[in-house]
Ligand binder design. Structure first.
Ligand code: HAM
Length: 433
């Protein structure tokens, strides 16, 4: 036998019945997004590498270690190829599209959502893949349209709480922080760099590197030995200026008013460089080490850093793979079996089975059509194995009389019924099961 080819490391096939859970999640989120007036945007999976270098940040783990990027073939020998990347996240692509299509010329705030694959070359483990799926949303617009308002932050968080509740996910935790803005952050970073000068050499290898390249990420370190050192470092919230402080207080005030519970986590800094002010994560205990179901925050300077106009924004991305895991570990979504298995008996009956199946499907019945070469026993066994609730026996007599033997495979009861009665019988037993 020839060598078997397997899915690439860190990627996986999503198979039925698991895809039922994926579809359930996607239809629920589309429904919730509609009520908050979000509209779908689809951007390419393939982008110019520099898009991520300039937005997510060259010194972040995502860009410096985890990108799938390559130099594309040059058009002529004298030319250099363009550097392409598989998107590791979707916010940069959405803001690029916002700028490219001059979407600030549209009225009001732009409210987008997306569902799609992202790629990061991470070490695969439970809840961490190299191709994973995000469900995200972004609100972008000019300050005049109100994009900087803390009400937008609070509304997004309230929507997420609603969404998780609608999906039946309980026991989540919302961690909230303000990471400051372009005015107060540089002052904090300087204070952090100064403090790290003496202590960084005694910290873990990652912190030693981050102290040089991306000191804010030191706050994210989970190594137990480093914790007492981090506790003594300057605190971000001591450096927030008055307007960031007021903004953050207002977000909390609205969350309290609408009853969304949260915890302030002063060390939450997130792994992407574009964040300003509000940053957040929702975690869930069912997930183990990779416990963040979703993350997000404000990015008030991102549009300008990508060559666009001032267009403050805020958004989030849910790790759909992790959401599926959380759901399956709690209630789970049951795959729905077909309603009716048609068992055609004998030569020439496939034609009648096809006609009947077509008619029943047009009345909302989920049908599997069997094959005339099967003996009745084999048809009934096949239907039972597939979990189908009814078998419909179709022979010469049934075609002539227009009366069919409908066998309930759960109870064993069999009745002779007219064609027009079948959809109702099926629907009645569906709603009572
Ligand atoms: P992020 O925190 O990098 O943020 O990713 C968001 C979520 O994607 C994570 O909380 C996690 O659930 C999921 N995720 C990330 N990496 C993996 C992986 N390797 N395998 C499985 N799931 C993963 C962003 O991507 C930002 N773009 C979010 C955002 C939107 N901020 C503002 N707007």
């Amino acid at each position: 036998m020839a060598n078997q080819i397997k899915a690439v490391r860190g990627t996986r096939d999503l198979l039925p019945p698991d895809t039922e859970t994926w579809n359930f999640i996607e239809s629920t989120v589309r429904d919730v997004f509609r009520f908050y007036n979000f509209q779908e945007i689809r951007t390419p999976i393939l982008e110019d590498l520099s898009l991520f270098q300039r937005s997510v940040g060259e010194e972040t783990d995502i860009v410096s270690k985890e990108m799938f990027a390559w130099e594309d073939r040059a058009r002529a020998q004298s030319e250099k190829g363009q550097w392409l990347a598989l998107r590791p996240e979707n916010t940069a692509g959405v803001v690029r599209a916002y700028i490219e299509h001059k979407m600030w010329e549209r009225p009001g705030l732009q409210r987008f959502y997306y569902i799609g694959p992202q790629f990061r070359r991470e070490r695969p483990q439970k809840g961490r893949y190299r191709q994973f799926y995000q469900i995200g949303a972004e609100v972008i617009g000019s300050s005049i349209a109100g994009s900087e308002s803390p009400a937008v932050d609070a509304e997004i968080l309230e929507m997420l709480a609603k969404l998780l509740d609608r999906l039946g996910i309980h026991g989540w935790k919302l961690k909230l922080n303000s990471v400051g803005c372009s005015e107060d952050r540089p002052i904090y970073l300087q204070a952090l760099r100064d403090a790290l000068k003496d202590v960084a050499p005694t910290m873990c290898i990652d912190c030693q590197r981050r102290a040089e390249t991306n000191p804010l990420r030191v706050l994210d370190c989970k190594v137990p030995e480093d914790q007492p050192i981090i506790e003594k470092l300057p605190k971000l919230d001591d450096y927030l200026n008055e307007s960031c402080r007021t903004h953050f207080a207002e977000v909390q005030k609205i969350l309290n008013a609408v009853g969304v519970p949260y915890e302030i986590d002063n060390r939450l800094v997130r792994g992407l460089d574009y964040y300003t002010r509000t940053a957040f994560e929702f975690t869930h205990g069912a997930l183990g080490a990779q416990n963040a179901i979703l993350g997000g925050g404000r990015y008030d300077g991102l549009s300008e850093s990508l060559g666009g106009p001032a267009a403050p924004g805020i958004g989030f991305a849910i790790g759909e793979d992790r959401l599926v895991m959380t759901l399956q570990e709690s209630a789970g979504v049951k795959a729905q079996p077909a309603d009716v298995y048609i068992a055609p008996l004998g030569a020439g009956m496939n034609v009648h089975a096809a006609k009947l199946a077509r008619e029943l499907r047009s009345h909302g019945v989920v049908v599997i059509a069997g094959d005339e070469s099967f003996k009745l026993k084999k048809s009934l066994e096949t239907a039972s194995k597939l979990g189908v609730r009814f078998a419909l026996i179709l022979g010469e007599n049934e075609v002539n009389s227009n009366q069919f033997a409908l066998k309930n495979l759960n109870t064993g009861e069999q009745a002779s019924v007219g064609k027009s009665e079948i959809p109702n019988i099926v629907k009645q037993t569906k709603s009572s099961s």
